[in-house]
Ligand binder design. Structure first.
Ligand code: FAD
Ligand code: FES
Ligand code: MG
Length: 275
């Protein structure tokens, strides 16, 4: 059980919750996630831990309401409880001084890249960050990312804020301008991470992506999160979620992410009709 001690609406569809979970708050490292469940029959929802406060025993998650379970979670209010929370899960991200690191967050992926970017800055890297969203209203954590970055580039698909275009356009510009990049960390939609990797592969820039396949148990037992990396089967929950992006089979990941679209649509429609 985890008590919601704070709730913030970052955009109408993206909510930040601060949860009391002292044991997880003591242990969690950047790049790790938790699995939460709302209700005894609730689905299990993997969510990255964005920040933690060891003293208060709290951790913060940011969720985008994309379907039935995230909408239920997003509708909970301060003072309410989440039925259960498990974690920390997954391996922490590799944090050391690589030199110049470009951290890229697309959409709610900015919430997932933020703790890693912060840790990389803390480890002495020169941090250039690129964050992007469809439009200004969907952009999150701009101030937080600006605070930790030596340089922050913002893009929106519709040009309503920052530079008009995709995060990949900003990355290509950095490369064209001659920035020497030692590592790229990219988190966001599969298409975005795949596009980033196509650019960096040509430049031979090591690129880490955080994969978000469908997960169930989060402990390596169910096989739901199977991904193919360097031709080998890996379980994102225990072998990842971070992987060498140049080795990931993104087409398979996209296919597997869409496996239950019909069922997810039915679950949402049923929930709406029950209201
Ligand atoms: P549904 O309508 O059931 O599904 C919508 C889409 O979400 C599906 O098509 C599928 O691609 C994906 N999805 C569905 N169920 C799962 C599942 N059990 N596990 C993973 N993906 C699923 N989202 C955030 O908003 N913030 C985060 O910090 C965040 N961190 C994540 C960290 C990891 C390691 C993983 C694997 C996923 C993360 N996600 C995060 C994605 C989030 O878990 C899904 O959006 C959520 O589970 C969707 O549930 P739903 O019932 O609302 O949507
Ligand atoms: Fe079950 Fe990874 S979520 S094996
Ligand atoms: Mg669901």
């Amino acid at each position: 059980m985890a008590y919601i001690s704070e709730k913030r609406e970052l955009t109408p569809e993206i909510k930040q919750l601060v949860l009391s979970a002292p044991e997880i708050a003591q242990k969690v490292k950047p790049g790790q996630f938790v699995i939460v469940r709302c209700g005894e029959k609730g689905e299990r929802i993997p969510l990255t831990v964005v920040e933690q406060d060891e003293e208060k025993g709290t951790l913060s998650i940011i969720l985008q309401e994309v379907g039935n379970s995230t909408k239920k979670l997003g509708s909970l209010e301060k003072g309410e409880e989440i039925t259960d929370i498990a974690g920390p899960l997954g391996n922490p991200s590799e944090v050391m001084n690589f030199g110049t690191v470009v951290c890229i967050g697309g959409g709610v992926g900015t919430a997932m890249v933020y703790p890693v970017a912060k840790a990389l800055k803390g480890a002495g890297n020169r941090l250039v960050s690129i964050i992007g969203a469809k439009n200004r209203q969907l952009l999150i954590l701009e101030e937080q990312m600006r605070k930790i970055s030596d340089r922050l580039l913002v893009t929106t698909d519709d040009g309503s804020y920052g530079t008009h275009g995709f995060v990949t356009d900003a990355l290509e510009k950095l490369i064209a301008d001659g920035l020497t990049i030692d590592r790229v960390v990219a988190v966001g939609p599969v298409a975005m991470m795949s596009a980033v990797c196509r650019i960096t592969e040509k430049q031979d820039i090591q690129t880490i992506v955080s994969l978000n396949p469908i997960m169930v148990d989060g402990t390596g037992m169910c096989g739901a999160c199977r991904v193919t990396v360097a031709g080998e089967t890996k379980f994102a929950c225990i072998d990842g979620p971070d992987f060498d992006g140049h080795q990931v089979n993104f087409e398979e990941l996209l296919r597997r992410q869409r496996m239950y679209l019909q069922e997810e649509k039915i679950a949402l429609e049923k929930e709406n009709s029950d209201k």
